[in-house]
Write a protein of this length. Structure first.
Lengths: 76, 302
């Protein structure tokens, strides 16, 4: 099954609901990352879930994830 | 620990809506009716809207009502319940009215059908809505007002006092018409207009009404609600009281829904504004062709 991708129009206008700061889009993982809040918002079936309750802290990736992605910190 | 401002449990609201999403179609007549009425109002605004938002979209009822109308190019559907959003047409996003995930000036138009009555901090939500609008952007919303379900509230209160000697909040508190106008102004909107209408729905049975309320995911989410359901006996007593007091000669009972419509604009220099006091150049007396009678002690505008 091909994953539905998020509408580019949405990516232009979405901000972090907590800080109103910018988000980084991780197309591979289908996630929106708020560096200011330290939170990662999931995108499910092309629908960004911009709820603080559903977000997970950024430190989870660093600490808990297997090294599947070679350069987790290499993004501009 | 909830503070004094937190009346509604947004988590419970989300769960209710998520659960209601799949079977909403059987119970959403009120959303559809009000969505149609809001769409009619939007038709009266002669304008194109490139990007619009339906805040609290449920399963996209307003998008259906608007199809091809309202001068909207793209409508973003947003609801606090991911289960509802999943059924709404794209582009869609899960977001909370109390913490909007949208950039300043993102939208030309923000709409909302029967969702804002669950917001704890309505002034805060309205301020966020205004910020998410472009200058001269339009906010057009329908929310449930203070007279909503007045019959049900009365009989539930009477039955509960009779049976249990006390009263717990069974139906959520609603905002009044005058409050809504003040709140729009406080949130920094220009040209706010608030009006209300009453929709009376006729039911064969009070229990059907209660089914519909639950089916819409609209059951009470007030934090002070009691954790257990009303006792069966109390509920049946309330139903009997509802019939006794309100049934017409065919045995049908009415249920009142008050809908408050909010219309307001994000401020823009192009909008009409009242002139400064005392800046008038022609006298009212001349316009009315009556002799001018100067008032004692008042600095007349002339």
């Amino acid at each position: 099954m091909v994953k539905k991708s998020v509408d580019p129009k949405l990516l232009e206008i979405l901000v972090c609901p907590l800080t109103k700061g910018p988000l980084r889009y991780d197309a591979e993982r289908q996630e929106l990352i708020s560096d200011q809040a330290g939170l990662i918002y999931p995108i499910r079936d092309g629908i960004p879930i911009m709820l603080v309750d559903e977000a997970r802290p950024i430190k989870d990736i660093v600490a808990g994830d297997p090294p599947a992605t070679p350069q987790p910190t290499g993004r501009p | 620990m909830p503070d004094a401002m937190t009346v509604f449990d947004r988590r419970v609201l989300r769960l209710r809506r998520d659960r209601a999403a799949a079977t909403l179609a059987g119970h959403d007549f009120l959303y559809r009716e009000v969505a149609d009425r809001l769409a009619d109002r939007l038709d009266d605004v002669r304008r194109r809207f490139l990007l619009a938002l339906d805040l609290g979209c449920h399963t996209g009822t307003l998008a259906t009502a608007l199809r091809g109308r309202g001068g909207i190019e793209t409508l973003v559907n947003c609801d606090v319940a991911p289960g509802m959003v999943a059924l709404a047409p794209p582009p869609a996003v899960a977001g909370d009215e109390e913490a909007l995930p949208f950039a300043d000036g993102a939208f030309d138009l923000i709409l909302s059908v029967l969702s804002l009555h669950w917001v704890n901090d309505l002034p805060g939500a309205l301020a966020q809505i205004r910020r998410a609008l472009r200058p001269d952007g339009l906010f057009l919303a329908a929310m449930l007002g203070g007279q909503t379900l007045k019959e049900l509230r009365q009989v539930l209160a009477d039955a509960e006092i009779a049976a249990e000697g006390g009263l717990s909040p069974r139906v959520s508190p609603f905002v009044g018409v005058r409050d809504a106008g003040n709140l729009l102004q406080r949130a920094g909107f220009a040209l706010p207009v608030v009006d209300a209408e009453v929709i009376t729905v006729s039911y064969s049975d009070p229990l059907r009404l209660i089914e519909d309320i639950r089916g819409m995911g609209e059951a009470n989410v007030a934090i002070e609600r009691r954790r257990q359901f009303a006792r069966r006996a109390t509920l049946f007593d309330a139903v009997a009281r509802y019939r006794d007091r309100y049934a017409d000669d065919r045995g049908r009972i009415p249920a009142t829904f008050q809908v408050i419509y909010l219309t307001a604009w994000a401020p823009d220099p192009s909008q009409p504004k009242p002139l400064r006091r005392g800046s008038a150049r022609s006298s009212l007396a001349a316009a009315l062709a009556t002799p001018e009678t100067p008032t004692e002690g008042a600095g007349g505008a002339g």
